[in-house]
Design a protein around this ligand. Structure first.
Ligand SMILES: [Zn+2]
Length: 360
């Protein structure tokens, strides 16, 4: 008979540095633990150290929730079973953990902010309305479909879920969204300033270019359309006069983008106070970073742009100067590389004018 391994047995196996027999049947939470998807001992437990010599390879845990297309639960009973399954319970706890982190970072105040995780073709877990993100419990989470209809959960879903769904409907890679009002990035949103580029390499790789969505009333279809449209190409979006929404392959990944966005805006803001203007790296160096970002499987709408378009920081006011020399090496806002066709046209016009002048 095949052995069934429970979560507790999986933790015990990990502690002893052993592995499950190849034909063993794993419960979903045991599978999570053995694949590194869940921390042994629950969300607050510490990962145990394997016995010396038993660690075979380094593995980056993958928290992305994967499902078989077409396998969404259909009947009310199926939906309820799915909503209370160990895998979904783990995700609900993870949403609460991220809520705590955005609250502790001062990214949200009052009942602000919201979090979603896509868990099926037409299924999304989301936070309820009117709740502090710092003190949520798994039993307060909601299950909705991609049109925002509530399928499970005792509390009413957040109205801002519609904005998250606007992104998820258009960008299948967006498996989780986090919305918050982090003060530094929100200051850019209130000042209607797009954060500049070509300043910090890690931001270019892990965040990409920060998108900018025009103001629409939060929770309305207009806001969902505007943000959804921008979200196709941007993982972090500043919502004018409102805050920030980010997406990632899982809720931890999305949260990192929130931290990246606010830290980036904070650094740029502080640097702009130093009185020296801001130094940018050159667009050819940015191209290397965009390549790296794409190799990591993250979208970047700048991949096809010319170098001179890559460091267009003209909208950012505190004294950003393009680093490209106006005299040849590369091109930029301060001086485009001469276009031979334009040069020929200018020469032709000059010749005509000179001809007319000398004819008189
Ligand atoms: Zn908001």
């Amino acid at each position: 008979m095949r052995k069934v391994i429970t979560a507790r047995e999986a933790e015990e196996l990990l502690r002893k540095g052993g592995s499950a027999p190849p034909d063993a049947i794993l419960t979903p939470s045991a599978r999570d633990i053995l694949q590194g998807h869940a921390r042994p001992g629950g969300p607050t437990g510490a990962r145990s150290t394997p016995a010396p010599g038993t660690q075979k390879e380094f593995v980056v845990p993958d928290y992305e929730f994967k499902w078989t297309p077409g396998s969404d639960p259909k009947t009310a009973a199926e939906v309820e079973r799915f909503f209370n399954s160990p895998a979904i319970q783990t995700l609900k706890q993870r949403i609460c953990d991220i809520g705590r982190r955005i609250w502790e970072k001062d990214y949200v105040d009052g009942n602000g902010g919201n979090i979603t995780v896509r868990v099926g073709d037409n299924l999304v877990l989301c936070t309820p309305t009117l709740i502090s993100k710092g003190f949520m419990t798994p039993d307060e989470m909601c299950l909705i479909d991609l049109d925002g209809r509530q399928l499970a959960g005792t509390r009413k879903r957040t109205s801002e879920a519609m904005t998250h769904l606007g992104i998820m409907k258009r960008q299948p890679k967006a498996k989780a969204c986090v919305h918050a009002h982090p003060p530094h990035a929100t200051a850019f949103a209130v000042a209607a300033v797009r954060p500049p580029t070509c300043m910090i390499p890690e931001a270019e790789v892990f965040l990409g270019q920060i998108g900018y969505a025009k103001y629409q009333t939060p929770g309305t279809p207009e806001n969902a359309d505007e943000v959804g449209r921008i979200g196709v190409d941007h993982q972090a979006i500043i919502m004018e006069n409102h805050g920030v929404i980010v997406w990632g392959k899982d809720v931890e990944d999305a949260y990192w983008k929130m931290e990246n966005t606010d830290a980036y805006c904070k650094t740029v803001w502080i640097a702009s106070q130093l009185g020296q203007g801001l130094h940018t790296f050159s667009p050819d160096k940015l191209k290397d970073l965009i390549d790296l970002r794409q190799k990591l499987g993250m979208p970047d709408n700048r991949a096809g742009l010319k170098e001179c378009e890559l460091c267009d920081n003209s909208e950012f006011r505190p004294g950003v100067v393009c680093q490209v020399s106006p005299h040849g090496e590369g091109a930029g806002a301060a001086g485009e590389k001469p276009d031979p066709q334009v040069e020929a046209l200018v020469q032709q016009l000059t010749d005509q004018i000179m001809k007319q002048l000398t004819a008189k």
